[in-house]
Design a protein around this ligand. Structure first.
Ligand code: F6R
Length: 235
């Protein structure tokens, strides 16, 4: 894993943009895997402020809440439109269908989409408990897109975006760890002291399903972009 320590989230977003731009210029980026959350926002801001053109590219998002209408401003469909797609449209953008009647089938359909459109660069954030996507501790490393029951800690962390904790959906549809590992390259953003333990576990800890992101140790091309606080527990 390559760890790049940056001054702040602004510089992190810029570094991520530079990597993506280079691969675009080298014709190595047709399909981009995307994440929501606060960590990639400065990266999306860099993309939208740039002249980068995704109108011939495909995007595939990591996850979506189950049962939250796409018009809800906390749905990941809404987030992506607001932060990226409205300003930088792709030829086609896929986000898991958390409103599907048959969630298990929606997961299978999504795996088919990923298989037909192999991801060139996957963007990731990381949860305080080491989750990637909505893959909570205990998720098998070979998991594909699946329905997830969110843990109490993730519901708590995400409640800051909702009027109250009871409004946070309890399930999500998420690409699995195996789906994430199938990407050719991975860029993970993390900022702040509350991510320091997860970053240490991911980079230096044993490879264990207790820390889902530690699965990335088995991937050949991972770039971790962190500020000093998130990197503070690395040796
Ligand atoms: C978002 C996602 C999550 C977040 C993680 C970190 O699509 O899959 O794994 O990346 O919860 O969230 P932030 O960046 O808000 O700290």
């Amino acid at each position: 894993m390559k760890v790049i320590v940056v001054k702040d989230q602004q510089e992190g977003g810029r570094k991520g943009y530079e990597i993506v731009k280079r691969h675009m210029q080298n014709n190595e980026l047709q399909v981009m895997g995307l994440a929501t959350g606060s960590s990639p926002i400065t990266f999306y801001n860099e993309l939208t402020a740039s002249d980068i053109d995704f109108t011939n590219s495909i995007s595939i998002n990591l996850d979506e809440y189950v049962g939250l209408p796409y018009t809800n401003d906390q749905s990941y469909h809404y987030f992506m439109k607001e932060h990226l797609f409205d300003k930088k449209p792709f030829a086609k953008s896929y986000v898991p269908d958390g409103m599907a009647k048959d969630i298990a089938q929606a997961g299978k359909d999504y795996d088919k989409i990923i298989a037909e459109n192999p991801i060139d660069i996957q963007i990731l954030g990381i949860g305080q408990n080491g989750h990637i996507g909505f893959n909570e501790p205990g998720t098998p490393f070979d998991s594909q897109t699946h329905e997830v029951k969110l843990t109490e800690s993730t519901i708590k962390a995400n409640s800051r975006f909702f009027a109250n904790e009871d409004d946070v959906p309890k399930e999500a549809l998420s690409m699995g760890i195996g789906s994430v590992l199938s990407a050719k390259r991975i860029i993970l953003f993390a900022y702040g002291e509350n991510k320091a333990d997860a970053i240490k576990g991911m980079v230096e800890g044993p490879k264990t399903t207790d820390v889902p992101a530690s699965a990335l140790q088995g991937h050949a091309d991972v770039t971790v972009i962190v500020d000093e606080a998130a990197a503070s527990k690395l040796t």
